[in-house]
Design a protein around this ligand. Sequence first.
Ligand code: ADP
Ligand code: CP
Length: 301
Amino acid sequence: MSNKIVVALGGNALGKSPKEQLELVKETAKPIVDLIQEGNNVIVAHGNGPQVGMINLAMPDMPFPECGAMSQGYIGYHLQNAIREEFLNRGMNTPVSTVVTQVIVDKDDKAFNNPTKPIGSFYNEEEAKKLEQEKGYDMKEDAGRGYRRVVPSPIPIDIAEKETVKILVDNGHVVITVGGGGIPVIEDNNSLIGVPAVIDKDFASEKIAEILDADYLIILTAVEKVAINFGKENEQFLDKLNVDDAYKYIDEGHFAPGSMLPKVRAAIKFAESKSGRKSLITSLERAADGIQGKTGTLIVK
Ligand SMILES: Nc1ncnc2c1ncn2[C@@H]1O[C@H](COP(=O)(O)OP(=O)(O)O)[C@@H](O)[C@H]1O
Ligand SMILES: NC(=O)OP(=O)(O)O
């Protein structure tokens, strides 16, 4: 059956450096093209946490929206070429392109006063303290994996280039959009003005999935399924999660704030947005099996 699917790619699809990314995207392209070859209409979104942090660290005077735009550009460039090549290898010539995508946020979003989005590399506690003192960064522990810089992450309200994306998708193009959650902007009369933030790609992917009236939101990350009691002795991986249980597990603290929590929240939001919409959280490698119901955690209303 043909579905319209928004695929959100996590950090493991892109690697830790441009060189690693260039190699990794060849593998990333395969499950995406598998889904398309099976007759699905696929829209690709991706994260940029490590990349936007690296860009800003290298160019501290570069404003955050510009850093986000740079990350969209070079990640999109790698992804679109890898997907193009995978199409050609399979005798297909589906057009693929990246749309520089701006995501409109609320200038009064409380997130601007409460940085929560982890970006850049991981540091130990001592290094983190040094960065706080020397560079004035806000540093937080990220899901038991070490310390990372955190920046504001407002909620996406709308997508400036949504009509362009729609036209391309409706005409059979593969579009890479809302890269890194999109470039965060606020509306000021006729102007769109960049604001210093990094939008969560899971929430931006959910937004574009709603706008495009997608059937599926697939969030691809490093784990095949979502777990309760993650990493504990009584860890239990879930095949299916209804939104009521998902809310209960959120309240019980099963999903780490810097990692799995935004995915589960975005998945709930999409599943709740219209009858029949489904969200799936699984690993990149298992995406094609996941859509056939063979693996992953399916989140439904
Ligand atoms: N309850 C949970 N179930 C499964 N994974 C979890 C859970 N809580 C935290 N995680 C961690 O979240 C990670 C995914 O988040 P992250 O690496 O930040 O995402 P991304 O793939 O978007 O870069 C998983 O690889 C896993 O280590
Ligand atoms: N922007 C964003 O959510 O990036 P990550 O998925 O890399 O955290």
